[in-house]
Design a protein around this ligand. Structure first.
Ligand SMILES: *Cc1c(COP(=O)(O)O)cnc(C)c1O
Length: 371
């Protein structure tokens, strides 16, 4: 029901009848943990990533964490990560005991700047973690070339970018591994959940061991592992959403096109899309040049949900900032700082009506030059 006076939420997770029926079917079956639904979800997800191996886990953070473990990363290794991301990207590096090295972003895509990546490489660098932020693919052609030249692994954080692509190659199919999240606000969800994609059968096997206590055969543990299994209830919901993803993605792209065409406020910069990129608009993120807090308050008053992803760059969060201060380490990240101060995400989700889109545009354009 869309009432003109109801606020338009910034995100709207879908738990519809089909998702509920799928969950109930699994609950009645009695096979609820990492059974046939998980296997089917993995097989179906592979269609999104050029038929790479897919390993389902219980969250996007677990996907990143296990991938770094499977690649053998640990103390003494450095991983290059953007500071302009969700903390999970850097947290995964620290969870395996490796060191985070922050690199700056490109102002247009909000993703890692390949030149900054190259400048951040040291003899200890082991991997690069590009984040396909907001659903825009990072500059993977240039990042892969740098990685190959220096013999580095690439782990794609594709947690916000299901079905995004660059020059026809889907995200999650470039690096040694790609990681996806199925948290409720993402472009598709499984309540909680994650997926690792890889072309390497050995890495896939190690991931399968790591998510299940190091066991392939029960009680014949081969390595030290964790319990990061996905439930069959989650997988069944994920399969329903996977089948709807293509339609939802087209709707997000169409909603974004409408917003970009109609937003004309002089101090609001609409998102740019790199040449050859398929942006799947997990977020539709503008830059506000002026008083952002005032702009956000006025949008909220007009019933337009909005949010800042992310107000504090990771390097300024306590667990990163304090050790860096102690070590006298200072990161030079001007584009990251500028983005954190300017960005605002507007609703773009597939449930928006034509009327919702018009309301968003008129609220943004009403900001005018008074910022
Ligand atoms: C959501 C997200 C994650 C973590 O996924 P969870 O499923 O919430 O653990 C990691 N990186 C980015 C960029 C994300 O947006």
């Amino acid at each position: 029901m869309s009432d003109t006076h109801e606020p338009i939420p910034a995100a709207r997770p879908v738990i519809g009848d089909e998702e509920i029926e799928a969950a109930v079917r699994v609950l009645r079956s009695g096979r609820v943990v990492q059974g046939p639904e998980v296997a089917a979800f993995e097989a179906e997800f592979a269609e999104l990533v050029d038929m790479r191996h897919c390993v389902a886990v219980n969250s996007g953070t677990s996907a990143l964490h296990l991938t770094l473990l499977a690649l053998g990363l640990g103390p003494g290794d450095e991983v290059i990560v953007p500071s302009f991301s969700f903390a999970a990207s850097a947290n995964a590096v620290r969870l395996v005991g490796a060191d985070v090295v922050f690199a700056d972003i490109e102002p247009d895509s909000f993703c890692l700047d390949p030149a900054a990546v190259e400048a951040a490489i040291t003899p200890r660098t082991a991997a690069i973690m590009p984040v396909h932020l907001y659903g825009h693919p990072a500059a993977m052609d240039r990042i892969m070339a740098i990685a190959e030249r220096h013999g580095l692994a690439v782990v794609e954080d594709a947690c916000q970018a299901h079905a995004a692509a660059l020059h026809g190659t889907p995200v999650g199919a470039f690096g040694a591994a790609g990681t996806f999240s199925f948290y409720p606000t993402k472009n598709m969800h499984s309540l909680e959940g994650g997926m690792v994609t890889t072309a390497d059968a050995e890495i896939a096997r190690t991931l399968r061991l790591l998510r299940n206590q190091g066991m392939e055969q029960r009680y014949a543990n081969e390595i030290v592992g964790a319990n990061m299994r996905m439930t069959d209830v989650s997988a069944a919901i994920g399969r329903v959403q996977r089948a709807k993803l293509a339609g939802w993605t087209e709707q997000r792209i169409a909603n974004a096109a409408y917003l970009t065409e109609h937003i004309t406020a002089p101090n609001v910069v609409t998102p740019r899309v790199a040449e050859g990129a398929r942006h799947v608009y997990h977020q539709y993120t503008v830059r506000v040049r002026g008083d952002r807090d005032a702009a956000m308050a006025r949008l909220a008053e007009a019933g337009v949900g909005n949010a800042v992803y992310y107000p504090t760059p990771i390097h300024r969060l306590k667990p990163y900032w304090e050790p860096d201060q102690k070590a006298g380490r200072v990161w030079d990240l001007p584009e990251t700082e500028r983005a954190a101060a300017e960005v605002v995400s507007l609703p773009v989700h597939p449930a928006l009506s034509g009327q919702d889109l018009e309301r968003i545009v008129s609220a943004v354009n009403a900001l005018g030059e008074q910022l």
